[in-house]
Ligand binder design. Sequence first.
Ligand code: UD2
Length: 310
Amino acid sequence: MRYVVTGGAGFIGSNTVDELVRRGHRVTVFDDLSSGKQHNLARIGDKIDFVQGTITDAAAVSAACRGADYVLHLAARTSVPRSVKDPVETNHVNVDGTVNVLVAARDAGVRRVVFASSSAIYGETPTLPKREDMPPAPISPYGVTKLVGELYGNMFQHVYGVEFVSLRYFNVFGPRQDPGSPYSGVLSLFIAAMRNGGAPLIYGDGEQSRDFTYVENVVNANLQAFEAPGVAGMAFNLGTGGRYTLNETLRVLEKFAGRTADANYTQPRPGDIRDSQADISRAREKLGFNPRISFEEGLRRTWDWYSARQ
Ligand code: UD2
Protein backbone atom coordinates (compact mmCIF):
# COMPACT_ATOMS: atom_id res chain seq x y z
CA MET A 1 0.00 0.00 0.00
CA ARG A 2 1.15 3.53 -0.68
CA TYR A 3 0.60 6.17 1.97
CA VAL A 4 0.99 9.93 1.73
CA VAL A 5 1.64 11.58 5.09
CA THR A 6 1.28 15.35 5.10
CA GLY A 7 3.30 16.78 7.94
CA GLY A 8 5.26 13.53 7.96
CA ALA A 9 8.49 15.22 9.08
CA GLY A 10 6.81 16.55 12.21
CA PHE A 11 6.44 15.09 15.66
CA ILE A 12 3.40 12.83 15.31
CA GLY A 13 4.04 12.39 11.58
CA SER A 14 7.59 11.08 11.76
CA ASN A 15 6.73 8.69 14.58
CA THR A 16 3.89 7.33 12.43
CA VAL A 17 6.04 7.13 9.29
CA ASP A 18 8.57 5.02 11.23
CA GLU A 19 5.84 2.50 11.95
CA LEU A 20 4.50 2.52 8.37
CA VAL A 21 7.99 1.79 7.07
CA ARG A 22 8.48 -0.92 9.70
CA ARG A 23 5.31 -2.58 8.40
CA GLY A 24 6.66 -2.52 4.86
CA HIS A 25 4.46 0.18 3.33
CA ARG A 26 5.55 2.70 0.72
CA VAL A 27 5.42 6.21 2.11
CA THR A 28 5.57 9.67 0.61
CA VAL A 29 6.19 12.38 3.18
CA PHE A 30 4.83 15.76 2.12
CA ASP A 31 6.12 18.49 4.42
CA ASP A 32 7.19 22.11 4.03
CA LEU A 33 9.59 21.83 6.99
CA SER A 34 8.03 24.90 8.58
CA SER A 35 7.89 23.04 11.86
CA GLY A 36 8.84 19.50 10.81
CA LYS A 37 12.50 18.51 10.64
CA GLN A 38 14.23 16.41 8.04
CA HIS A 39 16.41 14.86 10.73
CA ASN A 40 13.26 13.29 12.22
CA LEU A 41 13.36 11.06 9.11
CA ALA A 42 17.13 10.53 9.05
CA ARG A 43 17.03 6.86 10.03
CA ILE A 44 14.54 5.95 7.28
CA GLY A 45 15.46 8.56 4.69
CA ASP A 46 16.40 6.00 2.03
CA LYS A 47 13.18 4.03 2.52
CA ILE A 48 10.69 6.84 1.82
CA ASP A 49 9.95 9.49 -0.78
CA PHE A 50 10.27 12.97 0.62
CA VAL A 51 8.57 15.92 -1.09
CA GLN A 52 9.14 19.38 0.30
CA GLY A 53 5.97 21.34 -0.28
CA THR A 54 3.12 23.13 1.41
CA ILE A 55 -0.50 22.00 1.49
CA THR A 56 -1.48 25.52 0.44
CA ASP A 57 0.01 24.67 -2.98
CA ALA A 58 -2.82 22.68 -4.58
CA ALA A 59 -0.75 21.47 -7.54
CA ALA A 60 2.05 20.21 -5.32
CA VAL A 61 -0.33 18.25 -3.05
CA SER A 62 -2.06 16.76 -6.08
CA ALA A 63 1.24 15.62 -7.55
CA ALA A 64 2.26 14.02 -4.25
CA CYS A 65 -1.06 12.16 -3.90
CA ARG A 66 -1.07 10.64 -7.39
CA GLY A 67 -1.09 6.85 -7.08
CA ALA A 68 -1.66 6.86 -3.31
CA ASP A 69 -4.00 4.43 -1.56
CA TYR A 70 -4.23 6.30 1.73
CA VAL A 71 -3.60 9.82 3.01
CA LEU A 72 -2.78 10.71 6.60
CA HIS A 73 -3.29 14.45 6.83
CA LEU A 74 -1.34 15.90 9.74
CA ALA A 75 0.14 19.07 8.21
CA ALA A 76 -1.19 22.12 10.04
CA ARG A 77 -0.45 25.12 12.17
CA THR A 78 -0.88 23.36 15.50
CA SER A 79 -0.62 26.14 18.06
CA VAL A 80 -3.63 27.63 19.81
CA PRO A 81 -1.90 30.94 20.77
CA ARG A 82 -0.40 31.30 17.31
CA SER A 83 -3.90 31.02 15.87
CA VAL A 84 -5.13 33.68 18.29
CA LYS A 85 -2.31 35.97 17.18
CA ASP A 86 -2.79 35.32 13.47
CA PRO A 87 -6.16 33.73 12.67
CA VAL A 88 -5.87 34.42 8.94
CA GLU A 89 -2.64 32.47 8.57
CA THR A 90 -3.87 29.51 10.64
CA ASN A 91 -7.11 29.48 8.67
CA HIS A 92 -5.25 29.59 5.36
CA VAL A 93 -3.02 26.63 6.19
CA ASN A 94 -5.51 24.53 8.15
CA VAL A 95 -8.66 25.13 6.11
CA ASP A 96 -7.50 25.95 2.57
CA GLY A 97 -4.72 23.40 2.95
CA THR A 98 -7.16 20.70 4.06
CA VAL A 99 -9.46 21.39 1.13
CA ASN A 100 -6.47 21.04 -1.20
CA VAL A 101 -5.59 17.70 0.40
CA LEU A 102 -9.18 16.47 0.05
CA VAL A 103 -9.36 17.50 -3.60
CA ALA A 104 -6.04 15.78 -4.27
CA ALA A 105 -7.23 12.62 -2.51
CA ARG A 106 -10.49 12.63 -4.46
CA ASP A 107 -8.74 13.09 -7.81
CA ALA A 108 -6.22 10.35 -6.99
CA GLY A 109 -8.96 7.88 -6.05
CA VAL A 110 -7.56 7.52 -2.53
CA ARG A 111 -9.43 4.93 -0.45
CA ARG A 112 -9.45 6.77 2.84
CA VAL A 113 -8.20 10.03 4.35
CA VAL A 114 -7.39 10.12 8.06
CA PHE A 115 -7.40 13.64 9.48
CA ALA A 116 -5.64 15.04 12.54
CA SER A 117 -8.41 16.81 14.39
CA SER A 118 -8.17 17.99 17.96
CA SER A 119 -9.78 18.04 21.36
CA ALA A 120 -9.72 21.82 20.86
CA ILE A 121 -12.98 21.48 18.92
CA TYR A 122 -14.86 20.82 22.18
CA GLY A 123 -13.92 24.21 23.59
CA GLU A 124 -15.59 25.04 26.85
CA THR A 125 -18.31 22.38 26.84
CA PRO A 126 -18.49 21.92 30.62
CA THR A 127 -18.84 18.14 30.85
CA LEU A 128 -15.85 15.88 31.37
CA PRO A 129 -14.79 13.55 29.91
CA LYS A 130 -15.47 14.72 26.36
CA ARG A 131 -17.50 12.38 24.21
CA GLU A 132 -17.59 12.52 20.43
CA ASP A 133 -21.34 13.16 20.37
CA MET A 134 -21.07 16.40 22.38
CA PRO A 135 -21.79 19.55 20.39
CA PRO A 136 -18.49 21.19 19.43
CA ALA A 137 -17.90 24.72 20.70
CA PRO A 138 -14.32 25.77 19.92
CA ILE A 139 -13.00 28.93 21.59
CA SER A 140 -9.87 29.48 19.49
CA PRO A 141 -9.29 30.04 15.78
CA TYR A 142 -7.27 26.82 15.83
CA GLY A 143 -10.21 24.86 17.24
CA VAL A 144 -12.51 26.31 14.60
CA THR A 145 -10.14 25.30 11.78
CA LYS A 146 -10.03 21.72 13.04
CA LEU A 147 -13.80 21.55 13.26
CA VAL A 148 -14.09 22.98 9.74
CA GLY A 149 -11.62 20.33 8.56
CA GLU A 150 -13.86 17.62 9.97
CA LEU A 151 -16.91 19.14 8.30
CA TYR A 152 -15.12 19.42 4.96
CA GLY A 153 -13.93 15.84 5.15
CA ASN A 154 -17.35 14.46 5.97
CA MET A 155 -18.83 16.51 3.18
CA PHE A 156 -16.23 15.11 0.74
CA GLN A 157 -17.19 11.62 1.81
CA HIS A 158 -20.85 12.40 1.25
CA VAL A 159 -20.52 14.24 -2.06
CA TYR A 160 -17.45 12.64 -3.66
CA GLY A 161 -17.23 9.30 -1.88
CA VAL A 162 -13.80 9.82 -0.31
CA GLU A 163 -13.78 7.85 2.96
CA PHE A 164 -12.83 10.12 5.84
CA VAL A 165 -11.98 9.54 9.50
CA SER A 166 -11.25 12.26 12.09
CA LEU A 167 -8.92 11.63 15.02
CA ARG A 168 -9.31 14.12 17.85
CA TYR A 169 -5.90 14.15 19.51
CA PHE A 170 -5.65 15.13 23.15
CA ASN A 171 -2.31 16.85 23.92
CA VAL A 172 0.10 14.37 22.39
CA PHE A 173 3.64 14.45 23.78
CA GLY A 174 6.83 12.40 23.47
CA PRO A 175 10.13 12.06 21.61
CA ARG A 176 10.70 14.52 18.75
CA GLN A 177 8.26 17.12 20.02
CA ASP A 178 10.28 20.25 19.36
CA PRO A 179 10.61 22.65 22.31
CA GLY A 180 12.16 25.26 20.03
CA SER A 181 9.32 27.78 19.93
CA PRO A 182 7.11 29.49 22.52
CA TYR A 183 4.25 27.80 20.63
CA SER A 184 5.59 24.32 21.37
CA GLY A 185 3.69 21.76 23.43
CA VAL A 186 3.82 22.56 27.13
CA LEU A 187 5.54 19.36 28.28
CA SER A 188 8.38 19.78 25.78
CA LEU A 189 8.86 23.34 27.09
CA PHE A 190 8.72 22.23 30.73
CA ILE A 191 11.24 19.44 30.15
CA ALA A 192 13.59 21.77 28.28
CA ALA A 193 13.42 24.32 31.10
CA MET A 194 13.96 21.70 33.80
CA ARG A 195 16.90 20.18 31.97
CA ASN A 196 18.59 23.50 31.21
CA GLY A 197 18.27 24.85 34.73
CA GLY A 198 15.59 27.32 33.64
CA ALA A 199 12.22 28.11 35.18
CA PRO A 200 9.05 26.78 33.54
CA LEU A 201 6.50 29.43 32.69
CA ILE A 202 2.86 28.77 33.60
CA TYR A 203 0.02 30.71 32.00
CA GLY A 204 -2.59 31.08 34.73
CA ASP A 205 -2.62 29.23 38.03
CA GLY A 206 -1.37 25.91 36.67
CA GLU A 207 -4.59 24.17 37.70
CA GLN A 208 -5.75 23.80 34.10
CA SER A 209 -5.69 20.14 33.13
CA ARG A 210 -5.00 18.10 30.02
CA ASP A 211 -5.31 14.47 28.98
CA PHE A 212 -1.63 14.18 28.04
CA THR A 213 -1.19 11.32 25.60
CA TYR A 214 2.07 9.57 24.79
CA VAL A 215 2.80 9.58 21.06
CA GLU A 216 3.25 5.83 20.71
CA ASN A 217 -0.35 5.38 21.80
CA VAL A 218 -1.66 7.42 18.90
CA VAL A 219 0.68 5.97 16.24
CA ASN A 220 -1.09 2.62 16.38
CA ALA A 221 -4.49 4.30 16.28
CA ASN A 222 -3.45 6.37 13.25
CA LEU A 223 -2.82 3.16 11.35
CA GLN A 224 -5.87 1.37 12.70
CA ALA A 225 -8.03 4.22 11.39
CA PHE A 226 -7.11 3.14 7.84
CA GLU A 227 -7.92 -0.51 8.35
CA ALA A 228 -10.88 -0.55 10.72
CA PRO A 229 -14.17 -1.43 9.01
CA GLY A 230 -17.31 0.65 9.42
CA VAL A 231 -15.64 3.82 10.71
CA ALA A 232 -15.74 6.05 7.63
CA GLY A 233 -17.34 9.37 8.46
CA MET A 234 -16.68 9.00 12.19
CA ALA A 235 -14.62 11.00 14.69
CA PHE A 236 -12.61 9.44 17.51
CA ASN A 237 -11.09 10.83 20.67
CA LEU A 238 -7.50 9.70 21.10
CA GLY A 239 -6.42 10.39 24.65
CA THR A 240 -5.36 8.36 27.65
CA GLY A 241 -8.62 8.93 29.48
CA GLY A 242 -7.16 10.72 32.52
CA ARG A 243 -6.09 14.28 33.17
CA TYR A 244 -3.26 16.08 34.93
CA THR A 245 -2.93 19.70 35.94
CA LEU A 246 0.18 21.56 34.85
CA ASN A 247 1.21 21.82 38.50
CA GLU A 248 0.99 18.04 38.81
CA THR A 249 3.16 17.53 35.73
CA LEU A 250 5.81 19.75 37.30
CA ARG A 251 5.78 17.65 40.49
CA VAL A 252 6.64 14.59 38.39
CA LEU A 253 9.38 16.45 36.49
CA GLU A 254 10.83 17.70 39.80
CA LYS A 255 11.33 14.08 40.80
CA PHE A 256 13.12 13.29 37.53
CA ALA A 257 15.30 16.41 37.76
CA GLY A 258 15.98 16.13 41.48
CA ARG A 259 15.24 19.82 42.00
CA THR A 260 12.31 22.15 42.49
CA ALA A 261 10.77 23.71 39.37
CA ASP A 262 10.45 27.26 40.73
CA ALA A 263 7.95 28.02 38.00
CA ASN A 264 6.96 31.56 37.07
CA TYR A 265 3.24 32.23 36.85
CA THR A 266 1.79 34.75 34.42
CA GLN A 267 -1.54 35.73 32.84
CA PRO A 268 -3.72 32.95 31.34
CA ARG A 269 -3.53 32.59 27.56
CA PRO A 270 -6.57 33.78 25.62
CA GLY A 271 -8.20 30.96 23.65
CA ASP A 272 -7.06 28.30 26.13
CA ILE A 273 -9.56 25.78 27.39
CA ARG A 274 -9.51 25.03 31.12
CA ASP A 275 -9.86 21.27 31.32
CA SER A 276 -9.58 18.47 28.83
CA GLN A 277 -10.16 14.76 29.23
CA ALA A 278 -11.16 12.15 26.68
CA ASP A 279 -13.78 9.47 26.82
CA ILE A 280 -12.01 6.88 24.67
CA SER A 281 -14.66 4.17 24.66
CA ARG A 282 -15.57 4.71 20.99
CA ALA A 283 -11.95 4.40 19.88
CA ARG A 284 -11.47 1.32 22.07
CA GLU A 285 -14.51 -0.32 20.54
CA LYS A 286 -14.12 0.60 16.87
CA LEU A 287 -10.36 1.05 16.43
CA GLY A 288 -9.16 -1.41 19.05
CA PHE A 289 -7.45 1.59 20.64
CA ASN A 290 -5.49 0.67 23.74
CA PRO A 291 -3.26 3.42 25.18
CA ARG A 292 -0.77 1.09 26.80
CA ILE A 293 1.76 3.72 27.84
CA SER A 294 0.54 5.64 30.89
CA PHE A 295 1.16 9.34 31.33
CA GLU A 296 3.89 8.76 33.95
CA GLU A 297 5.66 6.13 31.86
CA GLY A 298 5.43 8.33 28.76
CA LEU A 299 6.83 11.30 30.62
CA ARG A 300 9.72 9.17 31.91
CA ARG A 301 10.50 7.96 28.38
CA THR A 302 10.28 11.48 27.02
CA TRP A 303 12.56 12.83 29.75
CA ASP A 304 15.09 10.07 28.98
CA TRP A 305 14.88 10.82 25.27
CA TYR A 306 15.69 14.51 25.75
CA SER A 307 18.45 13.53 28.20
CA ALA A 308 20.07 11.18 25.70
CA ARG A 309 20.25 13.98 23.11
CA GLN A 310 22.39 16.27 25.24
C1 UD2 B 1 -2.53 21.23 22.26
C2 UD2 B 1 -1.93 21.18 20.90
C3 UD2 B 1 -2.96 21.49 19.87
C4 UD2 B 1 -4.21 20.67 20.07
C5 UD2 B 1 -4.60 20.46 21.53
C6 UD2 B 1 -5.47 19.28 21.72
C7 UD2 B 1 0.44 21.74 20.85
C8 UD2 B 1 1.47 22.82 20.71
N1 UD2 B 1 -0.85 22.13 20.78
O1 UD2 B 1 -3.04 22.54 22.54
O2 UD2 B 1 -2.42 21.28 18.59
O3 UD2 B 1 -4.22 19.53 19.32
O4 UD2 B 1 -3.51 20.27 22.39
O5 UD2 B 1 -5.87 19.17 23.02
O6 UD2 B 1 0.75 20.57 20.99
N2 UD2 B 1 1.24 26.45 28.89
C9 UD2 B 1 1.98 26.96 29.96
N3 UD2 B 1 3.29 27.25 29.74
C10 UD2 B 1 3.90 27.08 28.53
C11 UD2 B 1 3.12 26.60 27.44
C12 UD2 B 1 1.79 26.29 27.67
O7 UD2 B 1 1.47 27.13 31.07
O8 UD2 B 1 5.10 27.36 28.42
C13 UD2 B 1 -0.17 26.09 29.14
C14 UD2 B 1 -1.15 26.67 28.17
O9 UD2 B 1 -1.55 27.95 28.55
C15 UD2 B 1 -2.28 25.64 28.24
C16 UD2 B 1 -1.55 24.32 28.52
O10 UD2 B 1 -0.26 24.69 29.00
O11 UD2 B 1 -3.14 25.92 29.31
C17 UD2 B 1 -1.37 23.46 27.28
O12 UD2 B 1 -0.82 24.26 26.25
P1 UD2 B 1 -0.23 23.63 24.88
O13 UD2 B 1 0.11 24.77 23.98
O14 UD2 B 1 0.81 22.61 25.17
O15 UD2 B 1 -1.47 22.77 24.35
P2 UD2 B 1 -2.97 23.16 24.00
O16 UD2 B 1 -3.85 22.40 24.94
O17 UD2 B 1 -3.17 24.62 23.87
